[in-house]
Ligand binder design. Structure first.
Ligand SMILES: Cc1cc2nc3c(=O)[nH]c(=O)nc-3n(C[C@H](O)[C@H](O)[C@H](O)COP(=O)(O)OP(=O)(O)OC[C@H]3O[C@@H](n4cnc5c(N)ncnc54)[C@H](O)[C@@H]3O)c2cc1C
Length: 362
């Protein structure tokens, strides 16, 4: 998603672009993602980039094909206790300062909005402007736009990079004024020293039950799961698809590229889902898969110039927010390359910033 979005925005700005993709647009983490376009507020920088990115998704949405399934489902962050609800209340002002509509709803309002949610919750943080989408279809449509704007798509693997030179796996060389590496979890194999590790996640999709859930439902405890950077964790996260299916998440594991299906963790995920929406117990799961999020130690993506090599730019390491942040990332790269005013302060996203130590992967 990140690479095709950047290529599209550059082509749109009149730059001659060559997109090099070893598989197909929308493979990689993008094809495994949930497609929740969500404003998160773990840090002021994350909030600023998410807020800008979501607004840019809204602009793009009208031009997306129906297969992109972009819809403003909104997010309900479920509070299991009064303490969690109080914590959510404290965050509303921060959202509003960033121009994001958000409010706290009590239990009565929560059950009016989502009758299937289990009774006994305290309420929820509601972010109505968040959206859901189908990422692989959008990435493909962006690649098609790049070609329609005169860009090229090379279905080849990049073997190595040097200043202004890309060596492909067939031995050919592509030269360019600027090279943007947007290879997700694979980016460190092309640029040594990039602090990105794979963070594995499982998802489950069900058969069709239209109307069971209307919003993206996430437990507030998800923030803790997403923020901590060790061990295995599970948090309730359910998304209604346009097809009537439910997409159920999510897990986080640091196990390198071990793609083994973790039945125990998926079992915990489904237990959590039925705990929050008991009717899910009656719904049939039809498919489950894993993907790898490109994680950085400080939870922010790497966006900007890579000083060790002339003409080299990085746009990677978005972990669980790469679909959301793809639009803002593209704007930052376009602004950097074309020396325009950036939409948010790029400093905290510099790929060469000082990082906390990377956790050892077992
Ligand atoms: C289970 C799960 C759920 C998620 N849910 C969400 C969500 O709801 N919302 C959200 O915002 N984000 C979500 N994410 C995160 C999101 O999927 C990623 O952050 C995002 O897809 C990263 O996009 P990318 O373009 O950087 O990487 P990728 O999508 O991995 O793209 C990299 C591309 O580079 C290509 N490539 C790699 N190496 C080479 C090479 N040597 N030569 C040529 N091409 C190469 C690959 O083929 C691939 O197409 C989720 C991720 C997972 C795993």
């Amino acid at each position: 998603m990140v690479g095709t979005m950047i290529a599209y925005r550059l082509a749109e700005a009149g730059v001659r672009v060559t997109l090099v993709e070893s598989a197909f647009a929308g493979s990689g983490s993008t094809g495994a993602a949930m497609g929740h376009i969500v404003v998160m507020d773990d840090s002021p920088e994350q909030l600023a980039l998410c807020a800008h990115s979501r607004a840019r998704w809204d602009e793009l949405a009208a031009t997306l094909p129906p297969s992109g399934e972009h819809e403003h489902a909104g997010t309900l962050w479920l509070a299991t206790s009064d303490a969690e609800l109080a914590g959510a209340t404290a965050r509303v002002a921060g959202y509003q300062r960033a121009g994001i509509d958000a409010c706290v709803v009590n239990d009565v309002e929560l059950y009016r909005l989502e009758p299937s949610v289990r009774r006994g919750l305290a309420g929820a943080l509601r972010v109505p402007g968040d959206a859901v989408c189908y990422p692989p279809a959008i990435a493909r449509s962006l690649a098609e736009r790049v070609m329609a704007l005169g860009g090229a798509l090379l279905r080849r693997s990049v073997a190595s990079l040097a200043a202004h030179r890309v060596a492909l796996d067939d031995g050919s060389i592509v030269t360019a004024d600027a090279i943007v590496v947007a290879a997700g979890v694979s980016s460190p194999s092309l640029v040594a020293g990039l602090p990105i590790v794979p963070r594995k996640g499982h998802l489950v999709i069900t058969d069709r039950h239209p109307g069971l859930v209307h919003h993206q439902l996430v437990e507030l405890g998800y923030l803790h799961s997403a923020h901590t950077f060790s061990g295995a964790s599970v948090a309730f996260n359910v998304q209604p698809r346009r097809t009537g299916q439910l997409l159920i998440g999510s897990s986080r594991e640091l196990v390198g590229y071990d793609a083994t299906f973790n039945h125990d963790l998926v079992g915990q995920m489904l237990d959590r889902a039925t705990h929050f929406v008991p009717a899910i117990a009656q719904v049939r799961a039809v498919r489950s898969w894993i993907g790898f999020r490109p994680a950085t130690p400080d939870k922010l993506p790497l966006i900007g110039r890579w000083p060790a090599e002339e003409g080299l730019w990085i746009a990677a390491g978005h972990e669980g927010l790469g679909i959301t942040m793809a639009t803002g990332t593209a704007d930052l790269i376009v602004a950097g390359l074309l020396e325009r005013t950036p939409p948010v302060d790029p400093e905290r996203f510099r790929p060469d910033r000082v990082m906390p130590a990377m956790e050892r992967v077992a």
